[in-house]
Design a protein around this ligand. Structure first.
Ligand SMILES: C[S@@+](CC[C@H](N)C(=O)[O-])C[C@H]1O[C@@H](n2cnc3c(N)ncnc32)[C@H](O)[C@@H]1O
Ligand code: SF4
Length: 475
């Protein structure tokens, strides 16, 4: 186990852990027949309504929900995928965008009754550039969400690029303020404040520091909170420039700063450029830089609350709930959205990943994963570790066994490398462990992943990112 871990620690760390277990290639094709539908509870239904396979979990529980909505998959950078982006994204096309959001809004209204009855703690409108929606479409979607779910206690987040938030006439921020939910948040993709890098990404018109400052102050004026994403390890970029970006971000009044170490993978322009790939920081250098980033953010009043999030006050609900699958289920709505439902008593769970279609019965690319108890254990470990620790009592409440007994070899190897600490209450990542999170999760999951690999469809996240959202409108 120790050898396996040190081999994994020598590889580039990609924070794949954020996807949870299983990794995308292990997800299975939902059904060989496009006229069969894999439901959220794992059951398989023919178009005639006939049940072909029974459900694996019951949706009839009062477990609270988080709802992740992908309203569409469009973006508008001047450079393909901003150069680096591994998220699904399509070119901007106004008619198609309106149509897709309309379809997703209909899908919200068709939410099964047993899910409408559940308490919702957080809704996240994200993926691609969610705030590219026309304001009327956004208002329609928010109305549908408010009419379908009980959002009185919920956090509501809208993601997007900074320049699309402020507007002279009532726009996205006003729609969000008037929408449902107990508290609202805007989440901005900033990446860097450096004009030369923004130009390389084709993001010159997405907003400089003045625009970000304006969004933060307007959001605060509306009683909302604001967060920003920044990229670490841009190829060849000196560390002091990176730290200057973080100082600037902290000075703009943001409530949360999300830092993503750059991953160059798949068919993106920068991943195709050997000079860019060759100029990424190496593993050891990446660790030294990561520890400096953590220290600087700490000194600026931002504590690390998840693998990638640093917050002034630990206030954000959606991420925390998504990292507590023992307590919450996740409903995904819209193209490429992900749902996970767990039955703690039966120790089973079901993950379904929607394809690109906005029509359920045409969604032939749907993927899924049926969790056996061994897989549920890995689901708990991978999700909880994103929030930096696994509480042993919570793990045992689902699995009926202690984490340190069940995964004794992995825990011993991680302790020996100084990547985790273990006490009566929890297994916790050390600061170095937060950098090597990818290696940590690999160590827990490797044996089981090898067993189920052959059943997987072998799709990679970047395969899902390619192509165009299909709806009846586009033919
Ligand atoms: C859906 S995007 C954010 C919203 C918006 N589209 C934007 O670009 O501003 C989510 C975040 O993932 C991060 N991201 C995307 N591709 C990445 C990659 N290859 N490596 C690391 N982080 C990445 C970026 O920081 C981005 O802001
Ligand atoms: S970083 Fe944002 S704007 Fe750029 S391609 Fe990805 S999702 Fe779209």
């Amino acid at each position: 186990m120790r050898e396996e871990l040190s081999r994994r620690m020598r590889r580039p760390q990609r924070h794949r852990l954020l996807h949870g277990y299983p990794m995308t290639p292990l997800l299975r094709r939902s059904s060989p027949d496009p006229l069969h539908l894999r439901r959220l509870d794992g059951g398989l239904t023919a178009r005639s309504g006939e049940e072909l396979e029974p459900p694996l979990v019951s949706l009839e529980t009062d477990r609270p929900l988080i709802v992740g909505v992908m309203p569409h998959t469009q973006c508008q950078p001047k450079v393909e995928g901003c150069g680096f982006c591994t998220f699904p994204h399509d070119d901007f096309d106004k008619r198609g965008l309106r149509h897709t959001v309309g379809r997703v809004t209909d899908e919200v209204r068709r939410t099964p009754a047993e899910l409408r009855r559940r308490r919702v703690v957080g809704v996240y409108l994200g993926g691609a550039t969610a705030n590219l929606m026309p304001t009327a479409s956004l208002r329609g979607l928010l109305d549908a969400l408010g009419a379908t779910f009980d959002l009185h206690g919920a956090e509501l987040t809208l993601e997007g690029v900074p320049s699309l938030f402020p507007s002279f006439l009532p726009g996205a921020l006003h729609a969000l303020r008037d929408g449902p939910g107990a508290r609202q948040r805007v989440s901005m993709g900033v990446q860097t404040f450096d004009p030369a890098w923004l130009q390389r990404m084709g993001r010159e018109h997405f907003g400089d520091r003045r625009v970000v400052e304006k969004v933060v102050s307007r959001a605060h004026g509306f009683g909302m909170t604001a967060s920003a994403d920044l990229l670490l390890g841009l190829p060849g970029r000196p560390l002091d420039e990176e730290l200057a970006d973080l100082r600037l971000a902290a000075g703009l009044g943001l409530d949360q700063i999300c830092v993503y170490p750059l991953v160059l993978a798949g068919d993106t322009p920068w991943a195709r450029d050997p000079a860019m790939v060759g100029a990424l920081p190496g593993v050891e250098e990446g660790l030294a830089r990561w520890l400096e980033v953590r220290e600087l953010l700490g000194s600026l009043g931002f504590a690390q609350t998840t693998l990638t999030n640093f917050e002034r006050e630990p206030a954000f609900v959606y991420e925390r709930a998504s990292f507590a699958p023992d307590l919450h289920d996740g409903l995904g709505i819209g193209p490429l959205s992900i749902s996970t439902f767990l039955d703690p008593a039966a120790r089973t769970a079901v993950k379904t990943v929607r394809g690109r279609s906005t029509r359920e019965w045409m969604d032939v690319d749907r993927l899924w994963f049926p969790y056996e108890p061994r897989d549920v254990s890995l689901l708990l470990i991978t999700r909880m570790l994103c929030a930096l620790e696994i509480e042993r009592a919570r793990y045992a409440a689902v699995m009926g066994r202690d984490l340190a007994d069940e995964h004794a070899d992995a825990v011993a190897a991680l302790l020996a490398e100084g990547l985790v600490t273990l006490d009566e209450r929890a297994l916790r990542l050390t600061p170095t462990g937060t950098y090597y999170a990818d290696a940590v999760v690999g160590t827990f999951a490797a044996a089981r992943a090898a067993e189920v690999r052959d059943l997987g469809a072998g799709k990679h996240t970047t395969d899902l990112a390619r192509g165009r959202v299909v709806s009846d409108f586009m033919g």
